[in-house]
Design a binder for this molecule. Structure first.
Ligand SMILES: [Zn+2]
Length: 241
């Protein structure tokens, strides 16, 4: 990553330039939910060209940064009541809590996460939602691990893995090569899930963040940098319980 800035009016706009071999034509500007600005550019574009692209979109950027900051002020602990939004695979879904006589369940239907419970207290709903995330994470991570491992020539079989809730990390890899994935990651877009899985798979071979590790990662996922940037920009929101 490469930190740059321009002056626009009285304000400094700071942004990170992310070169990506896969992007062929356009320079794309993203404002992340944490208010940070990421500019994806094809390899070979000069910083001046990128600066001009940022300047052209400066007003749009300011508007979106202001909006992200406004949203973050509302980033309070959740109440787990109807109308709140919950992330799942990178999208916001509305929570709907329904008091039920018969039993409890969590279902995702047409963009709504519907929780039925006999006691719709905050703690009870939170517990059910958490368990639902874990069960979705189990299914989706298993599927993605298998698909990704099939395309890694130096792996004979998918590695052992388990869920582990972590405060600041999306994944880890033990010295024995067991991968641990944070269940909160299931709230992130699919490409971000794939990025974390590929990152941890590379740790099976390289247990550090050495240049060899990054070479391996880039081989498995040439455009991992902007995807990591996206995930970093969403982290605060996704980890908010
Ligand atoms: Zn790592």
């Amino acid at each position: 990553m490469n930190a740059q800035s321009i002056l626009y009016g009285n304000e400094t706009i700071q942004y990170e330039v992310c070169y990506t071999p896969h992007r062929r034509t356009n320079i794309a500007v993203h404002v992340h939910p944490n208010g940070s600005i990421q500019v994806d550019a094809p390899d070979g574009r000069s910083l001046t060209e990128i600066r001009n692209a940022v300047r052209k979109r400066a007003r749009w950027i300011q508007k979106h940064v202001a909006e992200a900051n406004r949203q973050r002020e509302h980033l309070l602990p959740r109440e787990y009541v109807s109308g709140e939004s919950l992330f799942y695979l990178g999208r916001r879904h509305q929570l709907k809590v329904v008091a039920s006589e018969t039993g409890q369940s969590v279902k995702l239907l047409r963009g709504v996460i519907r929780v039925e419970t006999q006691s719709p207290s905050k703690d009870a709903v939170k517990k059910l939602v958490k368990a639902w995330y874990r069960s979705r994470a189990n299914v989706i991570f298993e599927r993605r691990l298998e698909a990704i491992c099939n395309s890694v020539v130096w792996l004979n079989s998918p590695p052992a893995w388990k869920l582990l809730a972590m405060k600041k990390q999306w994944g880890s890899c033990s010295p024995k090569g067991v991968i641990q994935l944070n269940p909160h990651l299931v709230k992130a877009p699919r490409e971000c899930i794939d990025y974390v899985i590929r990152h941890e798979i590379c740790h099976i071979k390289h247990h550090d963040h050495s240049p060899q590790f990054y070479r391996q990662l880039t081989q498995l996922m040439p455009d991992w940098k902007p995807i990591k940037g996206k995930l970093d920009g969403m982290a605060e929101m996704l980890l908010n319980e």
